[in-house]
Each structure stands twice: as structure tokens, then as C-alpha cells.
Ligand binder design. Structure first.
Ligand code: ARG
Length: 561
């Protein structure tokens, strides 16, 4: 039941529409005040009365019934308390009815959302800087799917550019098949770093690299085979991480995929009179929009990142006819996205408004900043491995006789990495700390997982669950928990609207805290017969909701911990 709607309809009258009421209704910060509040000063113009008088007048329109338990007018506000029993009955029934689908909807039916995320660079380390785009993108992917959107996950591979000429040159000079095959990305990265070191004293290397890149572009077989192999090795390496994080893609069409799709874009820009020459390069002037020019073609005729992104956006529109196309990319690239979105708009693509840059902040390790240039990077794989290892030690210490410790440690460790990256609003810079993300008493996934294990344990000790009836006046702990459980569908929707999986992460902690308060304050297994059944049902519903919410983030729940 949509309670806001229900209240809004009761309050609406000749001067006031249900929509106006609904959008004015708020949730008071202190639950003791009520479940919803209507600030009446908003309607002073319509009624030409003081807020206090308006509140009094509106109050008469909503007698307490089976749904609304209590209405009071206080200081120009109209406060509503829902009927706790009714709310609990409806919420629990819905959770049990919908099960794994509780929180989902068909809001997005018939609409396609493309999500460009993770987008790894071939032969470059997959480092901690890629954590956010990968887990944020994957969470948005699952959330959008849960809301009924047709969702396309795209790994826009960084597989184009002169660096691949450098890599071929380095491989030909110092590499061998076996070492690279075994070492994967790390071996390729070493070659790349060595190339830069040696090129400092030997400028001829750069010419050689350029020549190799040209060969790739011209379709030279050997060079392209090498390049394809580098790509395969990189993807094999990152796949290990994707498997751990439960991340999937529907397309791996990367930058090189658009090599032959840029010419029409450049021609269209020229036809529309948007292209300008500047120092031999071709640009689109964006001064009128307060931005530096968007570079389309370099003076040597080679294309740029923005050009390939424009070709990609056009291709995606044609192929998927998206409703929205999201780019989950660090805020450092803000300007790039603003520029090429603008150029597409100037080309008359009305759908340019549906392109969204979902920007996020930097992740750094507590242990010290990283530097990509010299090759001393923090590999994401190492961060995840270390988290799993630490999780194992903690779990082992807390519960030495636990079965399937390895599996538990994997769920806890991986969860900690994901949750650590998602918990804060995405635009914030974060410092990743192993101790913080693995704190059992913090705002962490392991706290939530531990709460789930606690609920599971109560349920397994209870044996078969019978019929339950909701008491006429549930206690505060029960009601607060019920209210939180009832909010889940709305939380999922706002997470999607704001592109903020952190809403779901925070929601998990909120529910876990409310459950723990209920667990410690109220007897569950020892409660008297009727109450026991209700409390067990509430426990089961909580576990269901937490599992659904964590699943959206890609986090599993161990049965026991
Ligand atoms: N590979 C790029 C990088 O690591 C990110 C690509 C993002 N997607 C895009 N369509 N530009 O910076």
C-alpha cells in the first residue's frame, strides 16, 4: 500500500490536489512525532489562513481509520501516525509473497538502459582506481534490472592508441612468450614501464612505437595477432576479479571497435559546419558554452578519445535505442563528458540529453598514495586477496570450529571491498582502510552479514515456522523495524533515480541496526506462543530483505559466521 498516496487522497479537496499534498508530505526526523508530516505553511497562499488554522481545517478531513492510527495538528504541521498493526500485517505479507522479488518493480518495463562501466585498459594494471567504476556500475546494473529495465552492461575497453605500439616494441625487444603468458597484465605492465624508462635515453624507441601502431591500424597481421593476444591476457586476468565480484557485461565493444565508425561522425560534423581548424587540428569550438574546444582530429589525422566516444554513443543509440546511457567514470573526466555530450547536442541529436555521466570520487589506500607512472600501483586483485585473507583470520579467531570458513571469508572479504567502495555518496573521495571495512561493529557489510547470520541462527533454532498474527499494538522496536522493511521498494527506486547505490548500502545498515535493537530488547524464542510466532516472522522477513538488498550490491550472505 502506498501510504503517502492514501493520505494525500484523503486530504485533497477543491483547493488542493492529491499531487500537491503528496509532494509536500515529509518524514519527520524523529519517529516519535509520526510517520508522515505535512508542513501547512506551504498552503498559506491557497487557503489565505495561518498554517495553524490550515492544519486544524485539514485535520478534519482525515479521521483515524484502520490505516491511519492518529492525526495531530502541531505548530502548523499535521502529523500522521500509521496504524502499526496494519502496517506490519501488510509489510510482512508482501515480503513473504514476493520473496526474492521484494523491492523489485516493473517501473522500467519497455525501457533500455546502457551502463558503461569498469572499462578496463588493455595491458594496463587493473588497480584500486577501477574499484569504484566496477562495483558502482555493477550495482546500478543490478538495481536497474530489478526495476524492470532492459539493461546493457558495456565494458568500453581501452584498446586503442599509441601505447599499443609501445607495447609491441617492448615485447619484440625484451619480451618472450612464456613470461608474458604466465605473468599476464603484470608482465605486460613491466614491459610498458621498461619501454618508458629506456625511451628516456633512446628517443628512437618512440619512432619505432609509432611505426608499430601504424601497422596495427593498417591491419598488419603479426602486429594485430600480438595485440589480440595482449587483449586476451588482460581480459583473462580481469575476469578473475569480475568472477569474485559477480560482475557481468553484455558487450565488450571497446575503443578499437569504433575505428571504422568515426569517419561518418567527422563528416556529419563537417556538413553541419561544426568543425573548425586550429593549428592543423580539427576541433569543435565550445567557447559559447564556457568550455575549451573539443578535439576531434589531431594534426596528423589520428582520432581522439572524444571522437571514439561520440561514435560509440551514436552506435549505442542505433543498436539499443536506449532510454538512458550511463557512464560510470571518475570525476576527473567531467570535462570530457560535458564536451562530447554538448557536441552531440549541437549536431542535433535530441537524445544527447539522455547521456548521463555518473561521476565518482577517488579511492586511495590508507597505506599511502599510489603512483601509476613508475609502475608501483596497487593492484585491485591484491586488495581483494588481502581482504579475504584478513577476513579469514578474523572469522577463524571468532569462531574456530566454523564450517566452510573459506567460503565465509570470501563472502566477508569481497563484501567488505564492495561495501567499502559503495557506502559513501559516490562523489566523495575515499580512503580505503582494511580495518575499517572489516569492523564487525561499524557501518560495514560484515556487520550486516553478521546480523543476517544472527537472524538465521534464531530461525534455525526455532524449527518450523507456523502461522502468525500481528499483535494489536506492536512495540516500538518491532514497529521501527517494520517501517524500515516497508521502505525497501522506495529505497531501490531512489537509488536508481539518483544513481546512488550508497542508498541501498546505508539502508542495509539501518535495517541491521533496527533488527539488533529488536533482537536485544525483545525476547524472540522465549516469547509467549502468539508473540513468538510474530517475532519469528519479523526475523524471517528481515533476513529476506537484507539478502535482497545485499544481492543488489553483489554481496552474498553466509548462513553461519
Ligand atoms: N578506459 C577509460 C579510463 O580508464 C574509461 C572509459 C570510460 N568510458 C567511456 N566511454 N569513455 O580512463
Amino acid at each position: 500500500m502506498d501510504y503517502k498516496r492514501y493520505i494525500a487522497e484523503k486530504l485533497s479537496g477543491d483547493q488542493l490536489s492529491a499531487e500537491e499534498v503528496s509532494s509536500a508530505l515529509t518524514v519527520p526526523p524523529d519517529p516519535a512525532m509520526g510517520d508522515f508530516a505535512l508542513p501547512c505553511f506551504r498552503f498559506a497562499k491557497i487557503f489565505r489562513k495561518s498554517p495553524a488554522l490550515i492544519a486544524e481545517e485539514l485535520r478534519a478531513r482525515v479521521p483515524a481509520d484502520g490505516v491511519i492510527g492518529e492525526v495531530s495538528a502541531v505548530n502548523g504541521y499535521l502529523n500522521f501516525k500509521l496504524c502499526k498493526q496494519r502496517l506490519a500485517e501488510e509489510t510482512l505479507a508482501r515480503i513473504f509473497r514476493e520473496g526474492e522479488r521484494y523491492g523489485s518493480s516493473d517501473l522500467g518495463a519497455g525501457k533500455t538502459i546502457c551502463i558503461d562501466y569498469s572499462s578496463v585498459n588493455i595491458a594496463k594494471p587493473f588497480h584500486i582506481g577501477h574499484l569504484s567504476t566496477t562495483v558502482l556500475g555493477a550495482a546500478l546494473y543490478r538495481i536497474c534490472k530489478f526495476l524492470g529495465y532492459h539493461t546493457i552492461g558495456i565494458n568500453h575497453l581501452g584498446d586503442y592508441g599509441t601505447q599499443f605500439g609501445k607495447l609491441i616494441s617492448a615485447y619484440r625487444r625484451w619480451g618472450d612468450r612464456e613470461t608474458v603468458e604466465k605473468g599476464g597484465i603484470r608482465a605486460l605492465n613491466e614491459l610498458y614501464v621498461r619501454f618508458h624508462r629506456e625511451a628516456e635515453t633512446d628517443p628512437a624507441l618512440d619512432d619505432e612505437a609509432r611505426a608499430y601502431f601504424k601497422k596495427i591500424e593498417e591491419g598488419d597481421r603479426e602486429c594485430n595477432e600480438l595485440f589480440a593476444w595482449f587483449k586476451e591476457l588482460t581480459l583473462k586476468d580481469v575476469q578473475k576479479i569480475y568472477d569474485l565480484l559477480d560482475v557481468r557485461f553484455d558487450s565488450y565493444a571497446g575503443e578499437s571497435f569504433y575505428s571504422d565508425k568515426m569517419q561518418p561522425v567527422i563528416e556529419e560534423l563537417r556538413e553541419k559546419g561544426l568543425l573548425k581548424e586550429s593549428n592543423g587540428a580539427q576541433i569543435v569550438d565550445l567557447e559559447a558554452y564556457g568550455m575549451p574546444p573539443c578535439l576531434i582530429l589531431k594534426s596528423d589525422g589520428s582520432s581522439l578519445y572524444a571522437t571514439r566516444d561520440m561514435a560509440a554513443a551514436i552506435y549505442r543509440k542505433k543498436t539499443y535505442d536506449f532510454y538512458k546511457c550511463l557512464y560510470v567514470v571518475a570525476y576527473q573526466q567531467n570535462l570530457h563528458f560535458r564536451q562530447f555530450f554538448k557536441v552531440l547536442e549541437l549536431m542535433g541529436k535530441e537524445w544527447a540529453k539522455d547521456l548521463v555521466h555518473v561521476a565518482y570520487g577517488m579511492v586511495s589506500l590508507e597505506e599511502g598514495a599510489m603512483s601509476t607512472r613508475k609502475g608501483n600501483v596497487v593492484f585491485l586483485e591484491d586488495v581483494i586477496d588481502k581482504c579475504i585473507e584478513k577476513a579469514y583470520r578474523i572469522v577463524d579467531e571468532k569462531n574456530p570450529t566454523l564450517e566452510h570458513k573459506e567460503d565465509v571469508a570470501r563472502k566477508v572479504g569481497v563484501g567488505a571491498v564492495i561495501f567499502g567502495a559503495l557506502y559513501n555518496s559516490k562523489i566523495k573521495d575515499i580512503t580505503f582502510s582494511y580495518d575499517k571495512v572489516l569492523n564487525f561493529d561499524g557501518e560495514t557489510s560484515v556487520y550486516v552479514q553478521y546480523t543476517c547470520a544472527r537472524a538465521s541462527s534464531v530461525l534455525s533454532r526455532a524449527g518450523a515456522l507456523g502461522e502468525y498474527t500481528v499483535p494489536a499494538s506492536p512495540c516500538d522496536q518491532e514497529s521501527e523495524l517494520v517501517k524500515a522493511l516497508a521502505e525497501f521498494p522506495a529505497v531501490v527506486v531512489s537509488a536508481a533515480e539518483k544513481y546512488e547505490p550508497s542508498y541501498v548500502a546505508r539502508y542495509c545498515v539501518d535495517v541491521a541496526q533496527k533488527f539488533n535493537k529488536f533482537y536485544f530488547d525483545c525476547k524472540i524464542l522465549q516469547a509467549e506462543e502468539g508473540l513468538r510466532a510474530f517475532r519469528l516472522a519479523l526475523t524471517e522477513a528481515t533476513l529476506r530483505v537484507l539478502k535482497n538488498a545485499l544481492a543488489l550490491l553483489g554481496i552474498g550472505v553466509p548462513e553461519k559466521m
